[in-house]
Design a protein around this ligand. Structure first.
Ligand SMILES: [Zn+2]
Length: 263
């Protein structure tokens, strides 16, 4: 079968994902993406799987259909990643830019757990599957979460195991405070936006003075905080004892004014 180009084509934008661009290509040719792929002889259950790995024959078919260089089409696929980077890169979309997604764009950096603002327009990325949970993040918490996201990005970019370990320990701690169970990478993509924001903010809080900041986080949460501390620092008894002391002191000073009022 000789493959003929599609009637219309569309140029990819920088950082665009192959699956997102295929949807735009289908839309401009008045069809659905699975129809478009079937038309050019490609069978795939979900086009998002192409975002991570695609064989040369498929790339060439798409390139001919879209009248593009196969290299250009290949550049829309994630390059090979380190284990940590792969762990923090979502297989399926979990957040998007409300402005750019309205124009049909799906960008690669949105899949990264550390992506906080859209690199194209600067709008804050929002969870696609947001579950309202009565949690409205304050500007201060958002600011801290944005900084935490930056630390996470740096840990990945520098491939620093120590930096990453500290960040992920903060996430474990934040998950325990939020009573969220499961995978740390999933918590960073959590559909409850409050969980993701809190985990990222905890990464920032754990940077400068990990023990004191961690304890400050737990100040008003008492029982949960203690369980969280045990879970996070369980394998490090000296750290646990130090943080626990700070928490107890914080709790005592928080309780003191109330006790005095009864005298
Ligand atoms: Zn945007």
């Amino acid at each position: 079968m000789t493959l003929r180009p599609l009637p219309k084509t569309v140029a990819p934008v920088p950082d665009e994902l192959l699956s997102g661009w295929l949807i735009r290509l289908a839309t401009i040719n008045y069809c659905e993406v699975d129809e478009l792929l079937a038309h050019i002889g490609i069978s795939v259950r979900h086009p998002a799987t192409f975002d991570f790995e695609v064989d040369m024959a498929t790339l060439e078919k798409i390139a001919i259909a879209a009248r593009l260089d196969p290299k250009t089409v290949g550049s829309l696929v994630f390059p090979p990643m380190s284990q940590a980077e792969a762990l923090l890169t979502a297989q399926f979309p979990f957040q998007s830019c409300p402005d750019c997604s309205r124009q049909g764009l799906a960008l690669r950096h949105w899949r990264r757990a550390w992506a906080f603002d859209c690199q194209i327009c600067g709008t804050r990325l929002l969870s696609i599957f947001a579950i309202p949970h009565g949690e409205l993040a304050s500007e201060k918490l958002l600011h801290r979460a944005r900084r935490g996201a930056g630390h996470l990005e740096l840990a990945i970019a520098s491939n620093s195991a120590a930096h990453l370990r500290r960040a992920m320990r903060a996430v474990t701690f934040a998950m325990a405070l939020k009573t969220v169970r499961g995978d740390k990478a999933f918590a960073l993509q959590h559909p409850r936006p409050g969980v993701r924001i809190f985990c990222l903010a905890a990464i920032d809080a754990a940077q400068a003075h990990p023990l004191i900041k961690a304890a400050m986080f737990s100040r008003s949460i008492d029982g949960f905080a203690r369980a969280a501390l045990l879970r996070t620092y369980g394998k490090e008894p000296r750290l646990l004892a130090a943080v626990d002391q700070i928490v107890k002191r914080n709790l005592r000073s928080a309780l003191l004014p109330e006790a005095e009022s009864h005298i």
